[in-house]
Write a protein that binds this ligand. Structure first.
Ligand SMILES: [Zn+2]
Length: 405
């Protein structure tokens, strides 16, 4: 089969989302390699995919039968460390944006968990999903309670107390989640909350970390406020999500403990733009304008300290307001704060995979790892906008998007 034949077949099966995983080895030839680990060299290579894995990476040479990438840029698929994908349509959109793995923090009616299972079983195309199955916080909310009706008492009363929080964590773990999420501080995106105010206590979060640890899982903490974030880090969470008011003491503690920081700048930033004219919209807009300065400051300090920073969009890849953020937006935010482009790409690939504990399987480009790949047209070191439009996306050796000629 000639090049056009291969491309046509790939386009056809990609359209149906079910390309056979490598009956024959597939060569991607003549591409600049960005390995995801922030290697300074960007060599021109040919890469062989065998089944789901990267089987070989060799210097580029004329290679008949290969997909010729004509010097385009090959990088690891994005690992969106904080998303809210809820259904198969969103999973498909994430894949088309180059996201080959995501950690879904929060779940409405356990739809994300079901979507994960559909993707795993091969019924729907989507990124590899690690799902938290809910957000453990004092106000669990109706979607959570409808998923876990044994906790109906928390419809009208807050969840507090170490034993009660532990019981909820156990129930969530028993549903087969991959990670847990705790509320260390209140949310920012609602007019009647105060993101500086702490939610679960150190002892309560510690109980969740213990239960998660027993099941071999990590815990992510939603934390804007300084005391809540500090308690979460001391309790042993794997990552601080948002981190707006992180102070020097907590940053130093994160550095010592290796706690990851997922700042979600891109979803926060535009909330400070003038929008809507209801009292709630204005309150939210003014609040966000005030939050961006400390958040950017915290990221700059964390970067200088060498705290691992991972990319999370906090987006749902749906059709509403929080659908608009992509990993490339967050990469641009990090570059604006002084990251080199390759370093920001590493935050969205290798560092995110490390945060999830799966860096030995994905998140970078090396022989033996899953072929989770992305091809973009231009050099992202000079032009990050190219990251918004993948030409080719490969997930576990399958071509799932192909816009090549
Ligand atoms: Zn979120």
């Amino acid at each position: 089969m000639g090049l056009r034949g291969v491309a046509a077949l790939v386009a056809l099966c990609a359209a149906f989302g079910a390309c056979p995983a490598g009956a024959e080895p597939l060569w991607l030839a003549n591409a600049h390699l960005i390995d995801g680990r922030n290697a300074a060299e960007v060599p021109l290579v040919d890469l062989r995919i065998d089944g789901r894995l990267i089987a070989a990476i060799v210097p580029a040479s004329a290679r008949p039968g290969a997909i010729d990438l004509h010097g385009a840029y090959l990088l690891p698929g994005f690992v969106d460390a904080h998303s809210h994908i809820q259904d198969p349509a969103a999973a498909r959109r994430a894949l088309a944006a180059g996201v080959t793995t995501t950690r879904v923090l929060g779940d409405e009616y356990l739809k994300a968990l079901a979507t994960r299972d559909l993707v795993r079983a091969g019924h729907v195309p989507g990124p590899q999903m690690l799902v938290s199955g809910g957000h453990i916080r004092p106000r669990l909310g109706e979607p959570f309670i409808l998923s876990f009706p044994q906790f109906g008492q928390y419809l009208n009363a807050p969840l507090t107390g170490v034993d009660n929080v532990r019981a909820v964590a156990r129930a969530v773990i028993a549903r087969g989640v991959d990670v847990l999420k705790v509320g260390a501080s209140e949310r920012a995106g609602l007019a009647d909350t105060d993101p500086r105010r702490a939610e679960l206590s150190y002892e309560e979060m510690r109980a969740v970390v213990e239960e998660a640890g027993r099941a071999g899982l990590f815990v992510a903490a939603h934390a804007h406020g300084r005391s809540g974030a500090n308690a979460a880090v001391r309790a042993g969470v794997r990552s601080i999500e948002h981190g707006t008011y992180l102070d020097d003491e907590t940053l130093a503690l994160m550095k010592r403990r290796g706690t990851f920081f997922v700042p979600t700048l891109a979803i926060m930033s535009p909330l400070g733009d003038p929008r809507g004219d209801s009292a709630d919209s204005v309150a939210l807009q003014l609040r966000t304008r005030a939050m961006m300065r400390p958040l950017r400051e915290a990221v700059r300090k964390a970067h200088a300290l060498g705290i691992p920073i991972a990319v999370g969009t906090d987006g749902d890849y749906g059709e509403g307001d929080s659908a608009r953020v992509r990993p490339a937006h967050e990469i641009e935010e990090l570059v604006a704060l002084g990251f080199a482009p390759l370093e920001a790409i590493s935050a969205a690939t290798y560092q995110s995979a490390r945060l999830l504990g799966i860096e030995s399987r994905t998140g970078s480009i090396a022989v033996g790892l899953d072929a989770d790949l992305l091809v973009v047209e231009r050099d992202p070191r000079r032009d990050t906008t190219t990251l918004f439009e993948p030409m080719l996306v490969v997930r576990a050796g399958r071509v799932v998007l192909n816009r090549l000629e």
